[in-house]
Design a protein around this ligand. Structure first.
Ligand SMILES: CCC(=O)NCCNC(=O)CCNC(=O)[C@H](O)C(C)(C)COP(=O)(O)O
Length: 348
């Protein structure tokens, strides 16, 4: 999508305290070999707040920064990956009630870890479809808590963190402009997160803990690792290339990259080397203290880069995202102003 006049008016994150990976290793909660390969320093872990509660808190911050209130918002999209705390329930309506109190449509978006940018793409199209619409709220929120999810071992190579993120899109203006947003899909890879398990009747029918490693092993046994690596790499490269092209820029024009909060091994094999991305211009140095926030990595990464003053007016950011399916979204964002929350003060 080459986007017309869609602006980013405000971002917000709600991240709980960081737990050092070394502590998890010492306590026997994290495999030392996985910790050595992932090279994360810590993951943020919620002891009390659920994904929707953290999403709502992030939304309140983003709306305040954007100067946007309930009556201005024409759509709420809440993206998530994992259990939201209740069974038959509407977490998007919870975020809407707590953060907005308005009456526009509110929906959940599930596109695994690509859900944040997937929601951004849908919200952009929704705003462009009707000139009377002016703003949309996109949130993400997840809490990857045990016993059913092992944040260090359920997806070997990725350590998961808990948190909420929010982004306010506006047609009236903002600190940045959405120059392009492209999504590429490859459903041939959906089996990589399903494996050989039959379809169940209820969550966790077949295994007590999420085990994406087992599903990947089943898939690779049938389709080979070379096929998997090649198709995953092709999809990511295609999304990046198309997003750059539609924005009329090259990779060399990009000042900062928000990358998926994967471990270092996965980033090295899938991003740094393959795409020729200088890791010092990415969010890796920060994401290695946070962990994978499910659908929230791109919004959290952008919020971090802006808050830390790493993105200045005129700079370009490439938001790079991937989700089981697979789906890959990439967005080019052009910084227009220095927002008030760009304090330059942030922990890394
Ligand atoms: C909900 C989880 C989710 O959507 N995660 C995003 C998709 N997963 C990833 O991108 C993680 C990296 N995995 C891969 O690239 C593929 O599984 C490969 C290409 C098979 C490599 O696997 P690895 O050897 O790193 O386990």
């Amino acid at each position: 999508m080459t986007v017309g006049d869609i602006f980013l008016a405000g971002t917000g994150t709600r991240l709980p305290p960081a737990v050092p990976v070394a502590d998890a290793v010492a306590a026997g909660r994290c495999d030392p070999a996985l910790a050595r390969a992932a090279e994360l320093r810590s993951v943020v872990v919620s002891n009390d707040e659920s994904g929707p509660e953290m999403a709502a808190a992030a939304a309140i911050s983003a709306l305040e920064r954007a100067g946007v209130a309930g009556p201005d918002v024409d759509l709420v999209l809440h993206a998530h990956v994992y259990h939201q705390g209740h069974e038959i329930w509407a977490p998007a309506s919870y975020v809407q009630r707590v953060a907005l109190g308005n009456h526009c449509p509110s929906l959940q978006v599930k596109q695994a870890s690509n859900g944040g940018l997937g929601a951004l793409e849908l919200a952009s199209a929704y705003l462009l479809a009707d000139p009377r619409r002016s703003a949309a709220l996109v949130t993400t929120g997840d809490r990857f808590a045990p016993p059913r999810f092992d944040r260090y071992g359920s997806d070997p190579g990725t350590f998961y963190g808990d948190g909420g993120t929010a982004l306010v899109l506006s047609r009236r203006g903002g600190f940045a402009r959405l120059r392009s947003l492209v999504t590429v899909a490859e459903p041939e890879l959906e089996g990589m997160h399903r494996g050989d398990d039959p379809f169940g009747l209820a969550p966790f029918d077949h295994r007590p803990v999420v085990d994406l490693g087992a599903h990947k092993r089943d898939f690779v046994e049938r389709h080979s690792m070379s096929f998997s690596i090649a198709r995953v790499g092709l999809g990511q490269r295609t999304a990046i290339k198309e997003a750059l092209s539609r924005a009329g820029v090259d990779l060399a024009d990009i000042d900062r990259f928000t990358l998926p909060h994967l471990g270092r091994r996965r980033l090295r094999s899938g991003y740094f080397g393959k795409l020729g991305i200088d890791q010092d211009r990415t969010t890796w140095h920060w994401s290695r203290t946070v962990g994978h926030l499910g659908a929230g990595d791109p919004i959290a990464g952008l919020d971090h880069l802006v808050t830390c003053g790493e993105l200045r007016p005129g700079d370009l950011a490439l938001l790079v995202s991937v989700g089981a399916g697979f789906n890959w979204s990439c967005a080019v964002v052009e910084m227009l102003d220095e927002p008030t929350w760009a304090t330059g003060r942030c922990a890394v």
